[in-house]
Write a new protein. Structure first.
Length: 212
């Protein structure tokens, strides 16, 4: 299950970070992402509707739905119960990592430093989310961190978008880009799913062209 989920994240190369304001929009939002070629979503536990949205996404066979902003072991349980196929946290939490591992769920812990990476390695982690990537130093920081941690895979997120996708993907250790630019809250709130689908398709095309 681990390698299958990570293989899908790597193949698609983009992890949309979704903040749900209205779970009733979930089904349309999932349709738009799939139509745009992005059958992946990190549903963040930042809003009251997150769990319901995660259920809607996770019920779909055409969608790899994970939980993001998972801060506690209890939230790992909630996410698993709602059908999450992977777990993402913004920072490094041993408790979150261990609970996910106990449940057999792939986990992408957040890191912001070499210390966090050491803690991740100690838990057997091979892939991490670098957050907030742009604030921390962007692609150059990943290059620096890859010197002592050459085997680590990075998912940069936070300020990542079409303008810097090339620089991030130029780092061999970057296996996918995370971000909200194709699922902007204002677009989703306005029900502009055509824009979500278009921005998703553009993101997919951009990553494909940069990897070619
Ligand atoms: C995340 O949790 O990865 C970020 O909130 C996404 O950041 P962005 O909104 O700058 O893409």
């Amino acid at each position: 299950a681990h390698e299958a989920a990570f293989a899908t994240l790597s193949r698609v190369g983009i992890v949309p970070v979704v903040v749900v304001d209205d779970p009733a929009r979930s089904s349309d939002l999932a349709d738009a992402l799939v139509a745009g070629g992005l059958p992946i979503a990190e549903i963040t536990f930042r809003t009251p509707g997150a769990e319901a949205a995660l259920r809607t996404f996770a019920d779909r066979p055409d969608m790899l739905a994970g939980a993001g902003t998972v801060l506690t072991a209890d939230q790992v349980d909630l996410a698993a119960e709602a059908g999450a196929r992977f777990i993402v946290s913004p920072g490094f939490s041993t408790a979150v990592v261990r609970r996910a591992q106990e449940l057999g769920l792939p986990v992408l812990p957040g890191v912001a430093s070499a210390s966090d990476l050491q803690a991740a390695v100690a838990e057997g982690i091979e892939r991490v989310k670098l957050f907030p990537a742009n604030r921390l130093g962007g692609p150059d920081m990943i290059a620096s961190l890859s010197e002592p941690f050459p085997e680590m895979g990075f998912l940069p997120s936070g300020g990542v978008g079409p303008g810097n996708a090339a620089a991030y993907l130029a780092q061999p250790s970057v296996f996918a880009l995370g971000g909200s630019w194709m699922v902007r809250r204002d677009l989703v709130a306005a029900g502009d799913m055509a824009a979500v689908a278009r921005l998703s398709a553009e993101a997919v095309a951009l990553v494909a062209s940069l990897r070619a």
